[in-house]
Design a protein around this ligand. Structure first.
Ligand code: GLN
Length: 552
């Protein structure tokens, strides 16, 4: 059931994809929150995958893991970062999820012998989920982003559900169309026609947009605002300029300049309250976009490098953002270089030595064999040359394998992910994971979501977090093999973070007396880094990187 008077803003995309609907939705969330109205951000992904966990990050970007363990689209990461709040399962849906519920219900004879159809049954399942998010999360306004573009076949049922919401709650539903206005080079002038056509397409669904967010290389001028207003039946003051800018975190500030927050309140019939200041956010944006700040050079050694830079940075989105937040806090400008692990593999010691020019090295999460020996070489180089190293999930497992091979002298140490019958399986499949793999049950079966981690006294991790217990998010099937813990510790590796029952090794590190910063986490700290609350491990890693730069 919907909550009485709850407000809904549907964000729909016009003309083309990739124009930043998610950032606009997040920014509206931040603005409304700042104006005193708690917000739920809900993402609808029209694909048939039940969750984002089975998708290749080079094609779909990073898989973002919620606290609950649900594997979602990278937009959910942006939502959490803008709202500075954890989202829940209710805030995310895919066509796959929706259809799965309907089909399960049909199999359980819960439709009372009726013919089960897209309209009304699938549509009503969508409505139920949108309303469930509203009542579950205690917000006052739900901003619901419908993935894809108006006119797509895949998202039509979701748009139809949005239309029905407006029928049910005429005073409580708004439509915001985020559209693209091209400025063709040959003309040098902004064109409104594609957006006019997109509005007409939306009208054919029975929906009239209340706002148009005009995404373009430039700010839309008054003349074109007027033109769009007349042609599209949208008030000129509700056509909002959204030109390209340096940082996505500037977007809410920019939209605020066009009074989007206040306009939304008016359109939703919500009274103005005392707004909290955006000053902290502004300070962060100023620091994050300061082109004069001294650089800190970080190499990310990974494998998803085959489809060009654009996609690449999406595959590691939260890692990049986490670096940015900590760098902004430290007044530095991060320069990230993508180093292809396959090339280090091919180039051997010489290629690894080229890493000496960086201030810090990260090996992020990953799966499979590609580039693995290159990553291990990079880690060895970082350890031996005392270059700050931060390993995230796979990056922690490989750090332990490197230590076992080169310090413990277990030359064949490996992970059973790659070598099933490894002589020294230092990283091994978790017991409960074996049955999932045996049954080909890949979707949603890893160790997922937040788990508590106990931090040992006297370690770097404990000193950095300044806490005894932390909660961090996971996404993995393999773990440090308990058989090797004692020998590894005897050889100098410190397991500074463990599950509360001491069974699972969550953080491995070298003492600071041996190395300035050599630490790996079995979890993904990047998922909990926020603009105004950078992650302490990323901050400490960058501090060490800056100290190295100074020494050089
Ligand atoms: N492939 C490793 C595992 O499944 C690491 C996963 C990751 O880096 N997210 O355990």
């Amino acid at each position: 059931m919907a909550k009485e008077g709850h407000k809904y803003i549907f964000v729909l995309g016009g003309v083309m994809s990739g124009v930043g609907k998610g950032v606009v939705a997040s920014s509206m969330g931040l603005l409304l929150q700042q104006k005193g109205y708690p917000v739920n951000l809900v993402k609808i992904d029209p694909y048939l995958n039940v969750d984002a966990g089975t998708m290749n990050p080079t094609e779909h970007g990073e898989v973002f893991v919620l606290r609950s363990g649900l594997e979602t689209d990278q937009d959910m990461g942006n939502y959490e970062r803008f709202l500075d709040r954890d989202l829940t399962n209710e805030d995310y849906m895919t066509s796959g999820m929706v259809y799965q519920s309907v089909i399960e219900r049909e199999r359980a004879l819960q439709y009372g012998g009726k013919c089960v159809e897209a309209i009304p049954h699938v549509r009503d399942e969508i409505l139920k989920r949108i309303e469930a998010a509203a009542s579950y999360n205690g917000g006052r306004v739900s901003v619901v982003e419908v993935g894809g573009t108006i006119g797509d076949f895949q998202n039509a049922l979701f748009i139809e559900a949005a239309r029905v919401m407006k029928m049910k709650y005429p005073d409580d539903v708004l439509f915001v169309m985020v559209s693209y206005l091209p400025v063709p080079g040959t003309l040098g002038e902004m064109k409104t026609k594609p957006t006019q056509s997109a509005v007409r397409a939306l009208n054919s669904y029975g929906i009239q947009p209340d706002f148009i967010v005009a995404r373009s290389t430039h700010s839309i001028d008054e003349k074109r605002k007027e033109k769009l207003a007349i042609q599209c039946n949208v008030r000129a003051d509700r056509i909002i300029a959204a030109p390209d800018i340096k940082s996505i975190y500037e977007v809410p500030l920019n939209l605020d300049k066009d009074h989007l927050g206040d306009e939304l309140l008016e359109a939703l019939h919500l009274p103005k309250k005392h707004a909290t200041s955006l000053i902290e956010w502004k300070k962060f944006v100023i620091s994050a976009t300061n082109t004069k700040a001294p650089e800190v050079n970080i190499a990310i050694v990974g494998k998803y490098f085959d489809t060009g830079d654009f996609i690449l940075s999406d595959a590691y989105l939260s890692v990049i953002e986490a670096i940015k937040f900590s760098a902004a806090k430290l007044g530095r400008r991060p320069k990230i270089t993508w180093v292809n692990a396959k090339e280090i593999e091919r180039g051997g010691g010489k290629a690894a030595a080229a890493l000496g020019k960086y201030d810090g090295i990260i090996v992020p999460g990953g799966f499979g064999e590609t580039g693995i020996e290159g990553k291990i070489k990079a880690i060895q180089y970082a350890r031996e040359k005392k270059i700050p190293y931060f390993g995230l999930c796979y990056g922690m497992q490989l750090m332990v394998i490197e230590y076992a091979r080169n310090v413990l002298k277990l030359k064949n140490a490996h992970t059973t992910e790659i070598q099933k019958n490894s002589e020294d399986p230092v990283v091994d499949i978790m017991l409960e994971q074996k049955k999932h793999l045996a049954g080909n049950k890949y979707g949603g079966t890893m160790r997922l979501g937040a788990y508590p981690c106990y931090l040992k006294k006297g370690t770097m991790a404990r000193a950095v977090y300044k806490k005894e217990m932390v909660d961090e998010r996971h996404r993995h099937r393999y773990e440090i093999n308990p058989k090797y813990i004692k020998p590894l510790e005897d050889a100098g590796l410190v397991f500074s973070g463990t599950s509360p029952d001491s069974v699972l090794m969550e953080i491995a590190e070298l003492p600071r007396s041996v190395h300035p910063f050599m630490l790996g986490t079995q979890f993904h700290p990047e998922f909990q880094a926020r603009p105004l609350a950078p992650h302490p491990l990323f901050t400490e890693f960058l501090k060490s990187a800056i100290a190295r730069k100074k020494k050089k």
